[in-house]
Design a protein around this ligand. Sequence first.
Ligand SMILES: [Zn+2]
Length: 180
Amino acid sequence: MFSARMSWLAPWLVEKGFGLTSGSVADLMAASNRFPNGNYPASEEDMRRDFLVHWCHGAPGTLVKAAEVFGEREFLEAGEAAAEVVWNRGLLKQVGICHGISGNAYVSLSLYRATGRNEYLHQAKAFASFLLDRGHKLLSKGEMHGGDSPYSLFEGVGGMAYLFLDMVDPSQARFPGYEL
Ligand SMILES: [Zn+2]
C-alpha cells in the first residue's frame, strides 16, 4: 500500500536494495490497492476514500523511482497514471513540498526527467507560476494554509523557494532529501 510511510520509504528501500524487489513494488501498486483513476488510498486503514493528492500520500514519485531502478515500463506507466490525478487535482491549499503545490510540481519534474516529455515540464511550470503569482497573496489573506511550520522546507515557503530555485534548470530538479 502506498501510504504516506511507503511513499517516503519505498524509493529509499528500492535504491539501497533493502529487500524491496520489483515484484514487491508491483504487489503494492496492484489494481486492488489503487483507484481506477490512478490514485492511491491515503492509508491501509482507509482504503475507500479517494481524497488525498499529496507527495507524502502519493505514489507517482515512488513509481518513477522504481521505474528508474528496475527499468520496468509498468512502473512508469502507473506513475504517469497517478501523475494525471496530480495534474487534475493537485492545486492544493498549501504551498509546501510535503503536501502542497510545490511537492506536486516535483511529480511533474520527476516525470519530465524520466520521459523527456514537454507536457510534464509545462505542468511543473504551471504549478510554479501559480505559486509565484499568487502564493504569498493567498497565504496573507488566509486563503491558503501556511502549515504547522510556515517557513519550513517541507511544509512552508522554504519548499516553495526551493522549487523556484530548481525551476531555473528543471532538468536538474530533485526533490530534496528524496531524489538527491
Ligand atoms: Zn505531507
